[in-house]
Design a protein around this ligand. Structure first.
Ligand code: SAM
Length: 228
């Protein structure tokens, strides 16, 4: 398993962006503290205890502007969604959508998602989404990519047997590299049944902002892995 205390390289670019509007600042100061995942001072959090009535707990890593977790939270009011992002403008946008829709089934994490992953109870998640993660295209930056063997160890610890991890990218060599890491990992099984499964946008997907920009070098690929 990964060393939980090893310092991880930064997998994200900037945290700041354009100045936030007055409403966004209010949301960051008022709503975010109420929705932040309530980690205990020490030990692990079992996220199923947050809303015991929830059918499942899903975790999204790097949600950008929040379109996907908000869409999923609306489509599936019976589950709990933990959603992480460090980019302040994205967090503020997501908070705005949560308030507009009156959502009560989302919790946010505004620090590195890997830190939260290390503090979740074993086998406590049903699904994880990593959609269009930062591509880090330069060879010297590749180590910053989220999908690394140590991070897959961490995911394998917190996803329950039979749970799912969805990875999407529109960058060819990230797709190749991520697939190799997942396939080599004993904890995950690629669920594609036929050639082409991974080229089809999953039916339950909600389009993300980054995805619609089409800035990668291939059409998006969708890899679903099952925790063995
Ligand atoms: C290329 S963007 C894609 C955003 C979104 N998934 C979409 O498809 O629109 C990747 C996002 O992941 C976030 N990110 C990268 N590493 C992260 C980490 N370790 N924890 C939380 N967020 C992270 C970045 O801040 C960035 O906003």
């Amino acid at each position: 398993m990964s060393d939980l205390h090893a310092p991880a390289l930064k997998s994200f670019g900037r945290r700041g962006g354009r100045p936030l509007s007055a409403r966004q600042q209010e949301l960051m100061q008022g709503l975010l503290p109420r929705l932040r995942v309530p980690l205990p001072d020490s030990g692990l959090l079992d996220p199923r205890t947050l809303r015991p009535q929830a059918s499942e707990v899903w975790f999204e890593i790097g949600f950008g502007g929040g379109e996907h977790p908000v869409g999923q939270a609306l489509n599936h009011p019976g589950l709990t969604l933990l959603a992480s992002e460090v980019f302040q403008e994205g967090l503020a946008k997501c908070l705005g959508q949560i308030e507009d829709h009156g959502l009560s089934n989302m919790y946010l994490w505004d620090e590195d998602a890997r830190q939260l992953a290390d503090r979740l109870a074993p086998a406590s998640l049903d699904r994880v989404f990593i959609l269009f993660p930062d591509p880090w295209p330069k060879a010297r930056h590749r180590k910053r990519r989220l999908i690394q063997p140590a991070f897959l160890d961490s995911l394998a610890r917190i996803v329950r047997p039979g749970g799912q991890v969805r990875f999407a990218t529109d960058v060819r060599d990230y797709a190749d590299e991520a697939l190799v890491h997942f396939i080599r990992h004993a904890g995950f099984r690629w669920t594609a049944q036929r050639a082409g499964d991974w080229q089809m946008r999953p039916e339950d997907h909600v389009a993300t902002r980054y995805e619609t920009k089409n800035i990668g070098d291939i059409a998006p690929v969708w890899f679903d892995f099952e925790r063995g």
